[in-house]
Design a binder for this molecule. Sequence first.
Ligand code: NAD
Length: 268
Amino acid sequence: MNISLENQTAIVTGANSGIGEACARALAAAGANVVINYVTKPEVAEKIAAEINVAGAGRAIAVAADVSNEAQVEAMFVRSRAEFGTVDILVNNAGLQKDAALQDMTLDEWNLVIGINLTGQFLCARAAVREFLRRGPRPEVSCALGKIICMSSVHETIPWAGHANYAASKGGILQLMKTMAQELAPKKVRVNSIGPGAIKTPINTLAWATPEAEHELLKLIPYDRVGEPSDIGKVCVWLASDQSDYITGQTIFVDGGMTLYPGFATGG
Ligand code: NAD
């Protein structure tokens, strides 16, 4: 399948690491202009943008913004419009974990994770929808007025002891995504989620960095390999393209079968 996103612009939040970086590179390779959003390590974001520009398909710029900060999110969209004219695709990817047993979890740890993982997705989605509506249809580039892809997790459905804030943020994304999809479908905005399983990125290095840890992790993955960021990038490009034009309000789990209850594979 040859997908072209030429003349479309994508904002990818948290795009200077892991899954966000892979999505940004894949979108740019398909021809989209890409905004590499970051909140730390500007030099990494600038390097990724430079490499995309050298590759010669879509163009890229690096833009700082904390997705949990309303003013910074608004400024990121203003900057994106100034550079590329409009925004067609939002990949709501930025996220983090602050793990603790429930009895030890501080309100700050709770608020930080909900603020970035959930409120951050709301703030960016709202800004994207306002831009889609302001700009109006561009049938020459896409059937949809705009596309929003929320980076959720298998933990939008699988409970996760010791990670109440993170699991609650991903459960919240499920209903945020579905409600936005229902509300915005008549306006031709498509909203979907990707639910990654275990993907090799800095967020979970401890879970796969040693052979022993990887062996334990693989017990949860029927397909018997840990995922790579590029596994998510490919699905992101497809969800951003008209190839998936009749899909909205869905989570696509990209998890090697982690959501198939592997503990029940031999009885239960
Ligand atoms: P990562 O730590 O490599 O990347 C997270 C990115 O988000 C980083 O660039 C980080 O700087 C950015 N970020 C954090 N706070 C931010 C803020 N306030 N504003 C802007 N950016 C911010 O981790 P990753 O695995 O690539 O995670 C990306 C997304 O995928 C997250 O939403 C995560 O919950 C989700 N996810 C990852 C996995 C996995 O196994 N790696 C599984 C399920 C879901």
